[in-house]
Design a protein around this ligand. Sequence first.
Ligand code: FES
Length: 160
Amino acid sequence: MKFSEEFETRFAEMVTHYPTKRSALVPTLLYAQDETGYLSDEVIAEIASRLDLTELDVRNVISYYSMLTTKPRGKFNVQVCTNISCMVRGAEDIFDHCKKKLGIGHKGTTPDELFSLEEVECIGACSWAPAAQVNFDFHENLTPEKMDQVLDEYKKKGTQ
Ligand code: FES
């Protein structure tokens, strides 16, 4: 398994920041996922070996964090928060709207691999609920109309 030089430089520096190798697991997984799109069996085995962990240790951590995935996702991963603050401000409608517009359900990916959709727990944007995150960008105070604009913008970006 070969990562980019950039990954190797980051990894070499990162493991020096923590008292144990295990502590570098989450950032290592994030960097690896950024590079490969998802955490394949091969990536998991490589990271487990580098950090002196079992593959099960690594999989347990991956299953805890919604931003980590072992399955390929679309180019734009739409995460709609339906936790309490967002829920009372219409998050269910936003999520239903996304499902209808994209034609996929929770954890689904559009056939053109442009979008994936997920219902997630709090993303830390409660003051601006309802909120969604697309890759690393936050979108707040959403309405179905505003969500349409957001998705249309990404579609335009993805097909240029
Ligand atoms: S509850 Fe939705 S961002 Fe916190």
